[in-house]
Design a protein around this ligand. Sequence first.
Ligand code: AMP
Length: 145
Amino acid sequence: MKTVRELLKHKGTDVVTVATDASVFDALTIMDQKNIGAVLVVAENDEVAGIVTERDYARKVILQGRTSKDTSVTDIMTAKVVFVDLGTSIDKSMALMTEMRCRHLPVLEDGKVRGIISIGDVVRAVIHDKEILIDQLEHYISGSL
Ligand code: AMP
């Protein structure tokens, strides 16, 4: 797997979103149901307004003495979302996550969100590639003995 396009072919293109009028509790409920750590916040015109992750909840709700039912997702989301596109390499995506200190990257193509990748997806893709390489090298070595 060299690019985000190949990763999404395996993973799928589902993107879980909440509306801008959702509460943090709504966002956490859907994250729990879908077993994920981030949701995109989408405005009425379908534009991405931001991203909310479990880390936002920990830092901007719990630590600040707020409650999830009385806090809007827009109060804790990161509005300046960093995207990748289908042609972005897995290595570049990993470097971006490290540099930006985030574990989720939505995938944007032609102005539309085509999927979302997490650090877990990227690590799995890297391990998968290494396993294939090891397999090939083992075949090469045993074949040449
Ligand atoms: P995460 O490590 O993904 O839980 O996110 C850590 C912080 O970065 C949180 O404040 C998120 O809202 C923010 N964040 C996560 N992903 C992105 C992204 N793709 N673009 C901008 N901010 C992000």
